[in-house]
Design a protein around this ligand. Structure first.
Ligand SMILES: [Zn+2]
Length: 425
């Protein structure tokens, strides 16, 4: 089955009709190649970049042939390679240090159930001039050849690709959690949100350790601590290495009727001496430049996975003008205070541990929320902590204590109104 697969960037009507014919032939050829249900998905076992004077070639070694759908996306300039579900058996560091004039970096992983994705960050505007699957010793080889183009043509290509609905599949909604709305007597639900996942690896340490795996391990440990204490019910937005859009994380919290939302992240900085955990709450204006940088970085998670547009910041702007939001915001700050107090005992706080900025994932107006940045993967000390099971166990325990203290304070405040509570006339 030596079918050659051609799917170039669509930049003219003539090329497009030729492309359609090629795609029709491709679909026919692949229908006989597709793995039967229950069969192991194809694995990607290696990748390499070759630089020529007029093009850059990115090659993936696979255990079998796959159909690749390749298309450009702007702001920032990227090339998206959509694949059926494949298993990536490469080191995360395979995606760095290409030394290419066209490819700055690329990342790979699960994008939606049954779908995988490679996102190529371009160093300069480029188009895929050749996408081909060939038989190889490993099973198959997927070749993506990029050539430089003008910025104007890249923008036009990206617009054309965006106008074809099939060219920009959005992630399928995750399967329902199966949670019915909780009766008032049941335990309050704490939604724990490990950041990133799948094709979006988050911050990456020099040794290749990825934020998405650090925060998933921490979220699981935290769930265990909360459940063991018995007073609250803990649910994770993701319990696997999967990609979830930011808005979906908030929607999951609403669907689960969560009483508290805690997003877990780890950060990275060029300055290797900066260390320690930071607790963020949402605010219209960032508390400082560092908070603004962190929010910009965390809010770009959807873009990192190749989604079309960054989440709108507009909704954050009016957050303080709504009464429900004001109350929720006050609770969020109480929770943040409770977290910082307990984490002091774990001894690994940032010098300035309480900050705020316009985090998209903290925008639910009716659920108190915070983001816990566990530390910096760029700090050797923090990285040692973040990957230590003993540290994780202790820090997750302190976090569970902080969450419980927050709910206890709310319960006692509800039982006895505070003296400064304004009373209605
Ligand atoms: Zn993050």
């Amino acid at each position: 089955m030596a079918a050659s697969i051609l799917s170039t960037a669509r930049n003219s009507a003539a090329r497009r009709s030729g492309l359609r014919r090629a795609l029709a032939a491709l679909v026919f050829a692949l229908s006989s190649m597709a793995p039967a249900a229950g069969q192991t998905p194809v694995s990607v076992i290696a990748s390499h970049i070759e630089n020529a004077t007029d093009h850059t070639r990115l090659t993936f070694d696979l255990t079998g042939p796959v159909a690749a759908h390749v298309w450009p996306i702007a702001n920032p300039a990227r090339i998206i390679v959509d694949l059926p579900e494949v298993t990536f058996q490469m080191e995360p560091s395979a995606s760095r240090g290409s030394g290419s004039k066209l490819i700055r970096a690329y990342r790979f992983g699960q994008f939606a159930p049954g779908r995988s994705r490679v996102v190529i960050d371009l160093a300069a505007p480029a188009t895929a001039v050749r996408v081909e699957s060939q038989p190889a010793a490993s099973g198959a080889r997927l070749i993506i050849e990029l050539a430089p183009i003008s910025a104007a043509r890249f923008t036009a290509d990206a617009q054309a690709a965006g106008a074809i609905p099939a060219a920009k599949p959005s992630p399928a909604p995750p399967a329902p959690l199966g949670l019915a709305p909780l009766a008032p007597t049941e335990k309050p639900v704490v939604m724990i949100d490990p950041g990133h996942g799948g094709v979006d690896q988050g911050a990456v340490a020099r040794n290749g350790t990825e934020e998405k795996m650090i925060v998933l391990a921490f979220a699981r440990a935290l769930r265990e601590k909360i459940e063991a204490r018995g007073r609250l019910h803990a649910v994770l937005t993701r319990d696997d290495d999967i990609f979830l859009p930011l808005a979906e994380r908030v929607a999951l919290a609403h669907r689960a009727n969560a009483a508290l939302f805690l997003s877990i992240h780890a950060d990275t900085l060029a300055a290797p001496h900066v260390e320690g955990a930071t607790v963020y709450t949402v605010s219209a204006a960032a508390s400082d430049a560092e908070a603004a940088r962190t929010a910009e970085h965390e809010n770009s998670a959807d873009q990192a996975a190749g989604l079309e547009s960054p989440a709108a910041d507009g909704e954050i702007g009016d957050i303080l003008f709504d009464l429900t939001r004001r109350e929720t915001h006050a609770f969020s700050r109480q929770f943040s205070h409770s977290l910082v107090t307990r984490w002091k005992e774990a001894g690994s706080l940032n010098k300035n541990p309480t900050r705020s900025a316009g985090f998209v994932v903290l925008k639910a107006h009716d659920i108190p929320s915070a983001m816990l940045e566990l530390g910096y993967v760029s700090s050797a000390k923090d990285l040692a902590r973040l990957t230590s099971p003993e540290w994780r166990d202790r820090a997750a325990g302190k976090t569970a204590e902080a969450i419980e203290a927050f709910f206890a304070a709310r319960a006692s405040a509800a039982a006895a109104p505070a003296p400064d509570t304004p009373r209605p006339e």
